[in-house]
Write a protein that binds this ligand. Structure first.
Ligand SMILES: Nc1ncnc2c1ncn2[C@@H]1O[C@H](COP(=O)(O)OP(=O)(O)OP(=O)(O)O)[C@@H](O)[C@H]1O
Ligand SMILES: [Mg+2]
Length: 201
């Protein structure tokens, strides 16, 4: 709990920041099973938007667990804290005017709801993208060999095998990656951002 702490506002309002940077901040929150395609889509989307000269940055689960969150494990409490921190960090990036793309399994509805609420309280848009593929498909893909290890009991609490995944109930975007090419996923997300006025190109 923060005691004896007073928020110190800046000298530039968020409206002024948007006008000066010619860009609005937004968080694009990718959620889905391991190997559903979050990192693949996040990389392609980041590349696409950067080439359109948009200030874009990707926060990827694996990468963040190598640094900021390297003190956290995979039990439920650690997963809660992992996502709480990422909610805060992506909010900061969005507040800075960035298109912030997060690629985390983020298996719990309540954790994603907290991230969404944080953004809404700061009047920042939060676009939840359900990166969806059936368990059978992601197990066949298994690019990191994690499902094989989880089935062999070498990894405990693995999402979809021995830990829950709570699918989004009302995501802004739902992409079925067993039916949608990466390039089309990028197009769908970009078109959504434009249609909502979050991105202008
Ligand atoms: N349409 C598609 N969209 C995204 N990925 C696809 C698609 N078709 C096949 N793939 C493959 O599926 C795999 C997805 O792996 P990726 O690392 O992106 O998953 P992830 O959701 O980030 O998993 P993790 O939670 O373990 O980080 C890649 O090998 C990718 O090439
Ligand atoms: Mg990934």
């Amino acid at each position: 709990m923060a005691v004896n702490i007073t928020f110190h506002p800046g000298s530039v309002t968020s409206t002024e920041r948007t006008q000066l940077l010619l860009q609005k901040g937004v968080t694009i929150w990718l959620t889905g099973l391991s190997a559903s395609g979050k990192s693949t889509i996040a990389c392609a989307l980041e590349q696409h938007l950067l080439k359109l000269h948009k200030f874009t940055y990707r926060l990827d689960g694996d990468n963040i667990r190598l640094g900021l969150n390297k003190d956290l494990g995979f039990d439920e409490k650690s997963r809660n804290e992992n996502i709480r921190r990422i909610g805060e960090v992506s909010k900061l990036f969005a507040d800075a005017g960035c298109v912030s793309i997060t690629a985390f399994i983020s298996p719990y509805l309540a954790d994603r709801a907290i991230a969404r609420k944080l953004h809404h309280e700061a009047s920042l848009p939060f676009v939840e993208v359900y990166v969806d593929a059936p368990l059978q498909v992601v197990e066949e893909r298994d690019p990191k060999g994690l499902y094989r290890k989880a089935r062999a009991g070498e990894i405990k609490e693995f999402t979809g095998v021995s830990a829950p995944y709570e699918a989004p109930e009302a995501p802004e975007i739902h992409i079925k990656t067993d039916e949608t090419e990466v390039v089309d996923a990028v197009r769908i997300i970009t078109e959504y951002l434009i249609s909502r006025g979050y991105l202008s190109i």
